[in-house]
Design a protein around this ligand. Sequence first.
Ligand code: URA
Length: 249
Amino acid sequence: MAERTYEEILQNVERWASQEAKRFGNTIAILPTEASTLQTEDVMAKAKAVLFPINNNWEKATDLETLKSEIEGCTKCDLHLTRTKFVFGVGNPNAKVMVIGEAPGAEEDKRGEPFVGRGGQLLDKMLLAINFPREEVFIANILKSRPPGNRDPLASEVDACEPYLWKQIEIIKPKMILCMGRISGSNLLKTGSDSLASMRGNVYDYHGAKLMVTYHPAALLRNPNWKAGAWEDLQKFRKIYDEMTASDG
Ligand code: URA
């Protein structure tokens, strides 16, 4: 058999993956034997690019409905293989306040809506305590798909998904963002492994909005002693919001 170059083999894998994609409706790939002679990562990357082509039409979206329909089938990271539902986010498309968590949990993955479990109920109470009914704000997560077992988001997953959040912010144009928990805060602010204590109480600029970080409701359910601190954060958030919007009428 004539020897084939590495490039030729990759081209074959690509052609083969494309045929498989058609046969299996873009859902499954089994690599041919010759692929085993290559670097697995290269082969997987090539096969993935063919099986799950990346479509960047979402970048042109100017409203949330279009954005949702363009990204809800996203396959940019492997979480699409294990999610039940894509969790786009819910709420008022003209919200002045956005609430951002880290990623959907089990209940959110099942229902396709962020913060609907026990933590979600507490979040609703926290928002209501400062006069923001859930329907008035927009609630979203950094990751739109659930990490298996609720593990922390991987940096690669945040890199893949965060641009969708930026687009949501660009469309909604909130004045303020309430970021729930250390993981969300450090991922949005790129502060590495900073503690929640070092972020709480500060007001950051984030994509045209003022952003504050407070306790995640799930953490408050585990440690009710932290509720007093959360209440301080929420009151400060409301005060800044009132100052920012005082002249809006
Ligand atoms: N935790 C989050 O950060 N987001 C959710 O939607 C649910 C739990």
